[in-house]
Ligand binder design. Structure first.
Ligand SMILES: Cc1cc2nc3c(=O)[nH]c(=O)nc-3n(C[C@H](O)[C@H](O)[C@H](O)COP(=O)(O)O)c2cc1C
Length: 237
């Protein structure tokens, strides 16, 4: 029998394929031991010459709430006064300066698909702003993670980071938890980095929401397609 994602027997496949970006979480607390376990598992991620360039900040309670408050206020202020954008710049280009096909098409499909599911129309800028701002509330997750890398490191460390981040997200599935990786925070690193007391040598890689998914939330039914293997693979025999 040919293995498909539907009939796979592999628990590894199941953990990977059950991961989705969840954008609504319950208030249920996450046990410290579970967080430590996830990070310990993820620390087994590979990295070039075993550099392990990751540094993780776990935000909960009052610290999490203070960050949410500060960044939501900045997000609102930025909307009211776009000239503030100078203060809120990403430190590295997560996305390209100039978009090209097919990526721009997939990006649009993703964005409008999510807003469409939520009944947010193209002209509804208030609702778009509020939905985007849910990023800065960690989608109500009780745990927010921030990831930094030493500025001295090269671009390869971001490749290593991808392995680490995916390992966290998959290990979280093993504990019945869900996640949403978030580059949205990167523009607000001038607020995030001082608040988490990161050193001047640290650059924000991204954030992540972690918790128990709200299974009743419409937003969590959002299903994202994938390009078939044959369309991104070249077999050179
Ligand atoms: C590094 C990274 C950053 C992301 N940033 C955001 C973000 O800021 N906000 C958000 O809602 N989703 C974010 N996503 C989630 C993507 O939109 C999502 O992975 C993609 O649409 C595929 O959907 P899936 O994760 O449910 O499979 C990010 C994903 C990655 C890997």
């Amino acid at each position: 029998m040919q293995h498909t994602l539907e009939n796979t027997q592999s628990p590894v496949d199941a953990a990977i394929c059950s991961r989705r970006s969840m954008r609504a979480f319950t208030a249920q607390a996450v046990a410290r031991a579970d967080l430590e376990h996830i990070l310990e598992v993820a620390s087994r991620a590979p990295s070039g010459t075993n550099c392990q360039p990751w540094k993780v900040y776990v935000l909960q309670g009052a610290t999490r709430d203070a960050l949410v408050h500060r960044v939501c206020a900045a997000h609102d202020a930025l909307r009211a006064d776009p000239s503030l954008a100078e203060q809120y710049k990403e430190e590295y280009d997560y996305y390209p300066q100039k978009w090209v096909s097919p990526y721009i098409d997939r990006r649009r499909e993703n964005g409008w698909g999510l807003y469409g599911l939520l009944g947010i129309g193209k002209g509804d800028r208030d609702q778009m702003h509020l939905q985007h701002q849910r990023n800065f509330r960690f989608f109500d997750a009780p745990v927010g993670l921030m990831f930094t890398v030493d500025r001295a490191m090269g671009r390869g460390s971001l490749v290593d980071y991808g392995c680490f981040l995916q390992s966290i997200m998959v290990a979280a599935r093993g504990m019945g938890l869900h996640t949403c990786p978030q580059a949205a925070w990167n523009g607000f690193s001038s607020i995030v980095l001082p608040l988490i007391a990161a050193g001047p040598d640290e650059m924000l890689v991204c954030g992540m929401s972690l918790g128990y998914a709200d299974e009743s939330a419409l937003v969590n039914t959002f299903d994202t397609p994938r390009v078939p293997v044959k369309d991104f693979t070249h077999w050179l025999d």
